[in-house]
Design a protein. Structure first.
Length: 568
């Protein structure tokens, strides 16, 4: 944090805007309308491969944190090949390695979060109750201080455990999900029966994943989808080869798959035998089987914010909030265009419904950007990692602080950023992320009132501080200052006498000309009169008198009165 002289806190450094990277892959889904017999075969294959994969994962955890060349993957794959197949074994060892590395990264993040929380609590405990030292405030009373001492002990215990796991290289992994495993102990609170929980648990532990292979038939030999007929077939593991209904130990499903979404991209890959990964997933809530296809996309170089500014394109600024999205369109010069837009964001309910509502909101933003011919969408680079780690210490206390922390926790920052980046890329738009510092404060202070005046004729347009923040966000993405240029004419030019500086340009006029005659009773714009002598017309002398230095005599004004004076 920058500081000024005299101990006053200055503004923090604003980070430069950057372009959000394009998605590195694609994933599409289609339903498998299998018969009960086919569903049983898929379940047997998934349970068999799931047991093998969990065994391999346990072996990988026992190896610990070693270099990639020392994880004994070739040895593990050879053992798995004898009870499955070479390609199934490769997919299982790859999944085990990915899960292990992901768990280690989660441990590192948890250690960082715990260290932040410990530092925040220790700093406040070092200050006496009810006092302040610099920016650190002590706890309000001894009761709260004692409670925080207990919390500090809990945080340090958790930190010690996490550091021990990192040192040993053995993170805790629950295949099927730790959250689902904990639900088993509180089925009544989750509204599930034991049979329903068991079905969800077994479905989450199935393993039906086949990695793609370039040069293989249609990009994948283990699970193959014929693009012409839509037939799906898979290789059966060695102990289940007696269930095969096709040559070479394969099982062919009777249903067809078409992949209507992004079908052309999928066909471009499978027709030339490029690698495509397939996952067969079972949804116990709906009782349906699905087939997911995924592949890596080519690296795309997106235009930088400077290139967008040079192109002279418009920008759509979006302010993300817990219950809505506030948006505003800006022209290349940073001026708001049109009316404020508010997109509701109701994220209450099941996860599938929340994801659908988020996609619908993003779809509306993309449609708005296309309607106004915008080249990109500007958003804040929100993380809230530090706020969530030390929220109880730095985000207020009491009911107000608790409500604010819940609001921050309810903002879908990660999902919104990922969904917007992918959907905007496929729509031909660029997403610009800017520093979120002071956008809401400056948006309310410098833009809320002008936007209200601009939209005062439209009774349905409601301008909030969030719309002002969206303007500040878009201006920052375009390279302009968040605040308006100093000296801009105030909201009422007839009342405020302050004149715009740096905004108006004097219009040159011909020498010796003057405005039409006006008297003190002549009405001005808006029906206002101005009885001021400054409005009286001065008649300049002719060229001959001016060249000879004669005294200029003004003409009569308002009857017999006249003014005389020397030309200056």
């Amino acid at each position: 944090m920058a500081r000024k002289r005299g101990g006053k806190r200055g503004l923090r450094t604003i980070a430069a805007p950057f372009t959000v990277a394009a998605p590195a892959g694609a994933r599409i889904r289609d339903r498998l309308r299998v018969t009960p017999g086919e569903a049983e075969v898929l379940r047997l294959v998934g349970e068999h491969l799931g047991r093998l994969q969990r065994t391999d994962l346990a072996v990988r955890l026992g190896i610990g944190r070693v270099k990639s060349k020392e994880n004994r993957r070739a040895e593990r794959k050879k053992k798995l090949t004898a009870v499955s197949s070479s390609r199934w074994a490769g997919a299982m060892t790859r999944a085990s390695e990915d899960q292990y590395q992901l768990s280690l990264r989660c441990l590192y993040d948890e250690r960082t979060s715990l260290r932040r929380a410990v530092r925040a609590v220790e700093a406040r405990l070092a200050v006496p109750c009810g006092q302040r030292e610099g920016r650190v405030r002590g706890y309000a009373d001894p009761g709260e201080r004692w409670a925080k001492q207990r919390r500090l002990a809990v945080l340090k215990t958790r930190l010690t455990s996490v550091e021990a796991r990192i040192e040993s290289g053995r993170p805790g992994i629950v295949v099927g999900g730790r959250r689902l495993a904990r639900v088993r102990h509180s089925l009544a609170g989750a509204g599930l029966t034991e049979a329903e929980w068991r079905e969800s648990w077994e479905a989450a532990r199935l393993f039906l994943t086949a990695d793609g292979e370039s040069g293989a038939p249609f990009g994948n030999y283990t699970i193959t989808v014929d693009p012409a007929s839509g037939e799906v077939s898979l290789v059966l593991p060695e102990p289940l080869r007696h269930l095969a209904n096709a040559p070479r130990g394969r099982y062919r499903l009777a249903c067809k798959v078409g992949f209507s979404h992004r079908r052309e991209e999928w066909l471009d890959r499978v027709t030339v035998n490029r690698a495509v990964r397939y996952d067969i997933v079972y949804d116990p809530q709906r009782g349906r089987w699905y087939l997911d296809a995924s592949w890596a996309t080519e690296t795309t170089v997106l235009p930088t914010p400077a290139e967008l500014r040079a192109s002279g394109a418009r920008m759509l600024g979006v302010d993300l909030n817990a219950d809505h999205l506030a948006a505003y369109v800006l022209d290349p010069h940073g001026n708001p265009v049109g009316e404020p837009v508010t997109v509701p964001l109701d994220l209450v309910g099941p996860a599938s419904q929340r994801d659908g509502r988020l996609r619908a909101a993003i779809t509306r933003l993309i449609a708005l950007a296309r309607e106004h011919h915008c080249a990109g969408i500007a958003i804040e680079n929100l993380g809230f990692d530090d706020a969530r780690a030390t929220g109880r210490e730095t985000m207020g206390r009491g009911k107000r602080g608790k409500k604010f922390r819940r609001t921050v926790a309810g903002i879908p920052t990660a999902k919104f950023r990922d969904r917007l980046g992918a959907m905007a890329f496929h729509a031909g738009l660029v997403v610009i992320a800017v520093d979120p510092a002071y956008t809401s404060v400056w948006g309310e202070r410098y833009w809320k009132a002008p936007l209200q005046q601009q939209n005062q004729k439209n009774q349905q347009a409601t301008v909030t501080r969030h719309h002002g923040a969206s303007v500040a966000i878009a201006r920052r993405a375009l390279g302009h200052r968040a605040r308006r240029r100093p000296g801009v004419t105030a909201h009422d030019q007839r009342i405020v006498t302050r004149r715009a500086t740096g905004q108006t340009v004097p219009v040159p006029r011909a020498h010796g000309t003057a405005s039409p005659p006006r008297t003190v009773s002549t009405p001005l714009w808006g029906g206002k009169t101005r009885p001021c002598r400054g409005d009286q017309l001065t008649l300049f002398p002719d060229l001959e008198d001016r060249s000879r230095g004669h005294q200029a005599i003004t003409g009569p004004v308002r009857g017999s009165s006249a003014t005389t004076g020397r030309q200056r």
